[in-house]
Design a protein around this ligand. Structure first.
Ligand code: CUA
Length: 164
């Protein structure tokens, strides 16, 4: 059987496309820090967050050097804290949980995006190199006030950051 050269070429390109698609889907599912929020690290009692060392004390905490922790609650229908300020050049780890239902926590314009599940702690680390503003939004429908859940993260120039 004779197969025309151009037909061989198209067959090859089609195969390549299939392999590339499977590769892209696989990478999107498990690559580049993509992970499910689960209880393999830390669980919390969603009914007693006030007494929790981390979530009884929400807000920005300086760890050391350029490292900061943000302890955050996503609840019906707000983020606590609502506004977050960190310096440029910082490495920020968000710890987010919920006292009520499943929420989302997404920083607009970035790939920071996690589910927030009662009893589980979503942990996500981000480096902020440049000053800027990012809206914080909930992207899981969580009730009648879902669309009101918003916050603001401001990255301020390092020399303007008030660290206390
Ligand atoms: Cu919280 Cu939608």
């Amino acid at each position: 059987m004779h197969v025309h050269d151009y037909e061989k070429l198209w067959l090859g390109l089609s195969l390549l496309l299939i392999v590339a698609l499977i590769g892209a889907v696989t990478y999107g599912a498990v690559g580049a820090g993509v992970a499910m929020v689960d209880d393999s690290h830390e669980t919390v009692d969603p009914d007693n967050l006030n007494d929790h060392p981390r979530f009884g004390d929400t807000g920005v905490h300086h760890v050391e050097g350029n490292q900061y922790d943000v302890n955050m609650l996503a609840l019906q229908f707000a983020f606590l804290p609502t506004t977050v300020e960190v310096p440029a050049g910082s490495e920020v780890t968000f710890y987010v949980t919920s006292p009520d239902v499943i929420h989302g926590m997404q920083l607009e314009g970035t790939n920071v995006n996690t589910m927030v599940i009662p009893g589980e702690v979503a942990e996500i680390t981000v480096e902020f190199d440049e000053p800027g503003e990012y809206g914080i939004v909930c992207n899981e429908f969580c009730g009648a006030g879902h669309h009101d859940m918003e916050g603001l993260l401001t990255v301020v120039p390092e020399d303007e950051y008030d660290d206390d």
